[in-house]
Ligand binder design. Structure first.
Ligand code: COA
Length: 356
């Protein structure tokens, strides 16, 4: 392996999975981020001119979970540096699941992560990223296009940044106990919304005592999983996560409130918005670190997706969110269909050419 690539692998244990033996999407996101952080931090400190720094996760592009992974299988994460701008670094990860007993290996995920170099001594100071030598001009050009697309998409992002906005946790925290939940209509937004409040411990942080993006995503996936399970009452798994931007450094000892609420259901998917709000209890400050939309599906014993109950939207704002999410769902479905048609067309042209 050269310095542009690493491979990290680990056997999947019962702790990594849900009760049906499916490895949690959050476990995979955490593994991906660990691999990304190693390779990005190594690169950012290479031939160092500036201060010692660590690579902080700034963004994860939309991630699809292509195949389930099971307890006993080996997760293999291949991480590769693919583009550097002045202050950010792209890492592309490919995840495989190997069943060493049956002797097969399946592609389960592809993810693209962006890191920013932050000075360890002063974590709000962005430092220069050393240039990445590309194999050829075409790779450099493609990387630059991905960087520009990502920047443009951040400019348009509708992340809910304001902790006080009505989308955030305070209004939801009313529904916490099983007794008060039982007063909500089944399949309504209030019925399934859930929160997790944690103080950041060393195990959630990197060696410099800043929250690791991977642990945060794992907790977000856990909360989304609880929301999905409350709603579907069947085996649920993560199907995809929309792009996530990490806006703030979170430190050891900060208190995180992670809140999830269902916003949309199709026949076989449930979309859940998750917000991460943080508090520094000593300084009395709070801020929103990130938010993301997770899509969950429900699987039967054979691993086939099944129908899920329709989400009951009651208030005007819930109806509005449902409508917006439905538009995104339809657009994504059409884009997947177009991609599949292009792949089919290309492979039939290739077959035709090989016959001729
Ligand atoms: N995704 C990708 N790149 C990003 C980004 C994002 N969400 N936000 C900023 N950047 C890049 C910029 O493009 C820029 O690089 P460039 O000059 O090569 O284009 C670089 O970061 C600095 O941008 P700047 O506007 O000066 O920084 P900022 O004040 O917006 O801070 C972060 C950006 C990422 C440093 C800041 O948002 C942060 O500290 N986030 C938390 C990181 C973290 O702790 N992650 C784990 C959380 S659990």
């Amino acid at each position: 392996m050269d310095n542009r690539n690493i491979e990290v692998s680990r056997v999947m244990l019962p702790d990594d999975s849900n009760v049906a033996g499916n490895v949690h999407g959050g476990t995979i996101l955490k593994l991906i981020e660990e691999a990304g952080e190693i390779i990005a931090t190594r690169h950012c400190n290479k031939d160092r001119q500036g201060p010692e720094c660590y690579a902080a996760l700034a963004r994860v592009e939309r991630t699809d979970f292509l195949e389930p992974m099971f307890v006993g299988e080996i997760a293999q994460i291949h991480a590769e540096l693919s583009y550097a701008s002045d202050h950010s670094l792209e890492v592309q990860c490919t995840v495989y699941s190997e069943n060493v007993v049956k002797g097969n290996r399946r592609l389960t995920n592809r993810a693209s992560l962006w890191y920013v170099a932050l000075a360890i001594a002063s974590p709000h100071t962005v430092t220069l990223v050393p240039p990445l030598k590309q194999q050829n001009d075409e790779d450099q050009e493609k990387g630059k296009r991905r960087y520009e697309a990502q920047k443009a998409s951040r400019d348009q992002a509708s992340d809910h940044l304001n902790v006080d906005d009505e989308a955030s946790a305070p209004g939801m925290i009313n529904v916490l106990t099983p007794a008060s939940r039982s007063l909500c209509a089944p399949y309504s937004v209030n019925y399934s919304q859930s929160s997790l409040i944690v103080m950041l411990h060393p195990s959630d942080c990197n060696s410099s005592s800043f929250a690791s993006g991977g642990s945060t995503m794992k907790m977000m996936d856990n909360v989304a999983g609880i929301v999905a399970l409350r709603h579907c009452k069947s085996n649920v798994v993560t199907a995809s996560v929309e792009a996530v931007n990490f806006h703030h450094v979170v430190k050891l000892g900060h208190v995180m409130t992670i809140t999830g609420r269902p916003v949309f259901s199709s026949n076989r998917t449930l979309d859940i918005e998750v917000f991460v709000d943080c508090e520094d209890l000593v300084l009395g400050k709070s801020f929103r670190a990130c938010s993301a939309t997770f899509t969950f599906v429900s699987l039967d014993k054979k691993g086939q997706t099944i129908q899920i109950p329709e989400l009951k939207v009651e208030t005007d704002v819930e109806k509005l969110r449902f409508g917006l999410a439905r538009k995104r769902y339809t657009a994504k479905k059409e884009s997947r269909k177009r991609k599949a048609e292009t792949i089919n067309q290309n492979s039939s042209t290739e077959r035709q050419m090989s016959v001729n």
